[in-house]
Design a protein around this ligand. Structure first.
Ligand code: DGL
Length: 269
């Protein structure tokens, strides 16, 4: 048993969808979350820049003595997970393989769609992982620029969002996918609109739950899962943002729930 916290990061609020699943599956774990809202979106940025940010944030989480890091951002995982794993000794979990695994379990036809940021889709990370892990699957990928900005503005169901979703999902609809991976951790917050556009026969898959299962398995494998023990410190969740803490708290509480109580500001020098 290891009482140190789990660290999670994202470019903003999206990683909270992974945090929700982590808290539900691992309710006794302390957690430190960093949302880089001051520098979002990551999706349109060059890989080198996202790589640099991922290292900065991981370093920051390490200063909080985390026992495991969840890269709760597809764009950062696509750009940096391999490099982060070779630099740090703590286990690092991404969201790309877990999302694909969940989709492979859900599909009946083998036709799977993936939507993500421009950076994630252009990186080829999903295409490579699918070819390696599930070679029988037919993957159709579509970049969805603009989705993250709507979520960070707290708009998940306006007419403008619907029109954009309809337009950008056209390629995966045309491919006749029966399962759609929400390959950006912000997108589960748009699930209702995405579901309305795709129709009820298409299964939407977000990586949060499968990622939480992977984290649980890793912690169990190294004997680091924190269990309830009489007299132990109560569970805590700390949130940091490089953007405006008040906005993060309001939207975070709406999207994650009551766990987003206090949010501390972080300024990059
Ligand atoms: N949640 C991030 C992801 O999963 C969003 C990236 C962005 O900031 O564009 O890709």
């Amino acid at each position: 048993m290891d009482s140190r916290p789990i660290g999670v990061f994202d470019s903003g609020l999206g990683g909270l969808t992974v945090v929700r699943a982590l808290i539900d599956l691992l309710p006794h774990e302390h957690l430190v979350y960093f949302g880089d809202t001051g520098r979002f979106p990551y999706g349109p940025k060059p890989r080198e820049e996202v790589l640099k940010y991922a290292f900065q944030i991981t370093e920051l989480l390490m200063s909080h003595d985390v026992k495991l890091v969840v890269v709760g951002c597809n764009s950062a995982a696509a750009a940096a997970l391999t490099e982060l794993r070779s630099r740090y000794e703590v286990p690092l979990t991404g969201v790309i393989e877990p999302g694909l695994r969940a989709a492979a379990k859900a599909t009946r036809t083998g036709r799977i769609g993936v939507i993500g940021t421009v950076g994630t889709i252009a990186s080829g990370a999903y295409q490579r992982a699918a070819a390696h892990l599930f070679p029988g699957v037919e993957l159709t990928c579509a970049a969805c620029p603009g989705f993250v900005e709507f979520v960070e503005a707290g708009d998940v169901d306006s007419d403008q969002v619907f029109v954009l979703v309809e337009r950008l999902l056209a390629p995966v609809q045309a491919a006749g996918v029966d399962t759609l991976v929400l390959g950006c951790t912000h997108y589960p917050l748009l699930a209702r609109t995405i579901g309305d556009v795709m129709g009820r026969d298409v299964v939407l898959v977000s990586s949060g739950e499968e990622t939480a299962f992977e984290v649980a398995a890793v912690l169990d494998a190294i004997g680091a899962r924190r269990g309830p023990r009489p007299g132990d410190e109560p569970v805590w969740h700390k949130f940091f943002t490089s953007g405006d803490p008040a906005t993060f708290r309001t939207l975070g509480a709406r999207f994650l729930g009551p766990e987003v109580e206090s949010v501390e500001a972080w300024r990059w020098n």
